[in-house]
Design a binder for this molecule. Structure first.
Ligand code: HEM
Length: 454
C-alpha cells in the first residue's frame, strides 16, 4: 500500500514523535545522571555529622536501607559508600578515583607533613616500603623478629596475669620497633622512657581519626602525644641519618635516605603508626579468638608441635617452618576478616558512573572492609570464627578469598600485608565500633593468665 504523505501528515507525525523522542532522551539522560540516594541529616553544612559520629559503623549499616550505593552528608563532605563487592573494582581500579587526594589532608593534620612534601614523596615512600617488605625479603625480618620476641617474652616472667591487649602491646611494640627502626633507636631499653613512649603512642593511635579531622586545639591530649612523638623522632633522625646503605639497613634508614626535607621526623612517625596500628591489635584478636575456642586452640598447638617439636623452649623460626603453619595462617586471616579497618577512602577526581548512578567529582568514595567481610554471599556464617574457610584461598600465592579487602587494593594497597602474615578466655570482647580508621580495638579488657610451658 502506498501512502501519500502530505505536509499536514508529516507535520502531525513530527509534532508527536519529537516530544516523545525529547521525553525519552531526557528520561534516559536523567536516569544515567541520577545521583545515589542520599541522607542529608538535619543541620546545614554539618549534615548528619552528629548521628554518624556517635556510632559510625552501625550508622553505615543502618543507611544501607538507602541502596547498595548511597551518600551521607557529613561536615561539608559528600561521603559516597559502595557496599556491594561487585562494585569494588571501581574503588580499587577506576582512573577517576585517587588515593593520595583522599589522604593528603589527614596526613597534614595527623603528622603536619606539607602538601608539597606529601606529593613529592608519597609514591616513593610507598614503593620503598613495598620493596623492603616484599615476601622474598621477609626471612631477613623474621629471624630478628623472633629474637626480639623471645627477649620481650622472657621479660614477662614465668607466669603472670593481665589484660591480653596490654600484654601484646608490651611485648610487641618493642620487638617491632627494634626490628623496623633499629635496635634501641627508640628508647625501648629504659623501662620508664618506654612506658612513656607506649602511653603517648596509644593516645596518638586511639584518637588518630579525630586528629585527622578535628582542629588540634580541640584535642589537647592527642596534640601533646603527637608533639612528644615528633620531638622524639627529631632527636633520633640526626643520629640515624648517616648510616650507610647495606643489608642491615632498617626501614627507618631507608626512609631517611629517601626523604630530603625537614619532614623526616614526621614521616618517621607515620611509619611507626602504619607498622603498629593494625598489626598489634590483629595479634591481640588472633590470640583472643584462638584461646576462646578450645578446638581451634588444640589444632594450633598440634600444628606448632608438629613443626617445632614438643620442646617448651622458644624454637628457632625458619622460613620452612613458617610455611608449614597453614592452620595458624588461616587463624590470622580469619581474625583480620572479622576485625579489619572500618573504612578506606578515595577522592573522586572526575565524575564517573557506577550502575547508572553518577558519582560526582569531589565526593569521598568510601568502602567498609568491616561490613564487606560480613557479607553472607562471600562468607557463609559471616559472624562465626571459622579458620577452615581459608582452605579455599591460595595464601602462598597471596590469593585471598573473594570479597576480602582488609589490605585495601590498587596502586596504594597496604605494603605491609606479607610482613603481618608472619596463649583461657571466657569471652571475646566486642570490637569498639566507634572508630573507622585502623583495626577495631577491643571495647573492654580481656583478662588472661599465662605461664611458661615446662
Ligand atoms: C594486619 C595488619 C595490617 C592491616 C589489616 C593493614 C591494613 C591497611 C590498609 C587497609 C591500608 C590502606 C590501603 C588502601 O586504602 O587501599 C594500609 C596502608 C598502609 N599500610 Fe597496612 N596494614 C597492616 C599491617 C601493616 C604493616 C605491618 C605495615 C608496615 C610495616 C603497614 C604499612 C602500611 C603503609 C605504609 C600504608 C600506607 C600506604 C600508602 O600510603 O601508600 N601495614 N594498611
Amino acid at each position: 500500500m502506498v501512502m501519500e504523505l502530505n505536509g499536514l501528515t508529516v507535520g502531525l507525525i513530527l509534532s508527536t514523535i519529537m516530544p516523545i523522542l525529547y521525553y525519552l532522551y531526557h528520561v534516559s539522560r536523567s536516569k544515567s545522571k541520577s545521583l545515589p540516594p542520599a541522607y542529608k541529616g538535619w543541620f546545614p553544612w554539618l549534615g548528619c555529622a552528629f548521628e554518624f559520629g556517635k556510632n559510625p559503623l552501625d550508622f553505615i549499616a543502618q543507611k544501607k536501607e538507602l541502596g547498595r550505593i548511597f551518600t551521607l552528608y557529613v561536615a561539608g563532605e559528600r561521603l559516597t559508600f559502595i557496599t556491594d563487592a561487585e562494585d569494588f573494582q571501581h574503588f580499587f581500579q577506576s582512573p577517576f578515583v585517587d588515593f593520595q587526594k583522599a589522604v593528603q589532608d589527614p596526613v597534614l593534620n595527623v603528622a603536619s607533613v606539607s602538601k608539597t612534601s606529601f606529593f613529592k614523596y608519597h609514591t616513593k615512600i610507598h614503593d620503598m616500603v613495598k620493596g623492603r617488605l616484599a615476601s622474598s625479603r621477609l626471612i631477613y625480618f623474621s629471624d630478628k623478629l623472633c629474637d626480639e620476641f623471645r627477649d620481650q617474652l622472657t621479660q614477662l616472667g614465668k607466669q603472670g596475669k593481665g589484660d591480653l591487649h596490654h600484654l601484646v602491646r608490651k611485648s610487641m611494640y618493642a620487638a617491632v620497633i627494634n626490628n623496623l627502626f633499629g635496635k634501641n633507636v627508640l628508647p625501648v631499653n629504659s623501662e620508664k622512657e618506654f612506658e612513656k613512649l607506649e602511653e603517648m603512642f596509644v593516645m596518638f593511635d586511639e584518637q588518630f581519626e579525630y586528629g585527622a579531622r578535628i582542629p588540634s586545639v580541640f584535642l589537647k591530649d592527642w596534640s601533646s602525644a603527637k608533639k612528644y612523638l615528633i620531638d622524639l623522632f627529631s632527636k633520633v633522625v640526626p643520629k640515624t641519618i648517616n648510616k650507610k646503605s647495606d643489608d642491615d639497613e632498617t626501614l627507618l634508614h631507608s626512609l631517611l635516605n629517601l626523604v630530603q626535607d625537614q619532614y623526616k621526623p614526621n614521616y618517621s612517625l607515620l611509619l611507626l603508626w602504619a607498622s603498629l596500628a593494625n598489626a598489634i591489635p590483629i595479634t591481640f584478636w588472633t590470640l583472643a579468638f584462638i584461646l576462646h575456642d578450645e578446638k581451634v586452640l588444640q589444632k594450633v598447638k598440634t600444628e606448632l608441635t608438629s613443626v617445632f617439636g614438643q620442646n617448651g623452649q622458644c624454637p628457632t623460626i625458619t622460613e620452612e617452618g613458617l610455611k608449614k603453619l597453614q592452620f595458624l595462617k588461616w587463624c590470622v586471616l580469619e581474625s583480620i576478616r572479622l576485625r579489619p579497618t572500618g573504612i578506606i577512602t578515595r577522592r573522586v577526581i572526575k565524575s564517573f558512573t557506577i550502575r547508572d548512578m553518577e558519582i560526582p567529582e569531589g565526593d569521598m568514595l568510601m568502602l567498609s572492609p568491616f561490613w564487606a567481610h560480613r557479607n553472607e554471599k562471600y562468607f557463609p556464617d559471616p559472624l562465626m570464627y571459622k579458620p577452615e574457610r581459608w582452605k579455599e584461598a591460595d595464601i602462598d600465592k597471596n590469593v585471598f578469598l573473594d570479597g576480602f579487602v582488609a589490605f585495601g587494593g590498587g596502586r596504594y594497597q597496604c605494603p605491609g600485608e606479607m610482613f603481618d602474615c608472619k596463649l583461657l578466655i571466657n569471652s571475646i570482647p566486642e570490637p569498639s565500633k566507634k572508630h573507622l580508621v585502623g583495626t577495631q580495638q577491643p571495647a573492654e579488657p580481656c583478662p588472661v593468665e599465662y605461664r611458661l610451658r615446662k
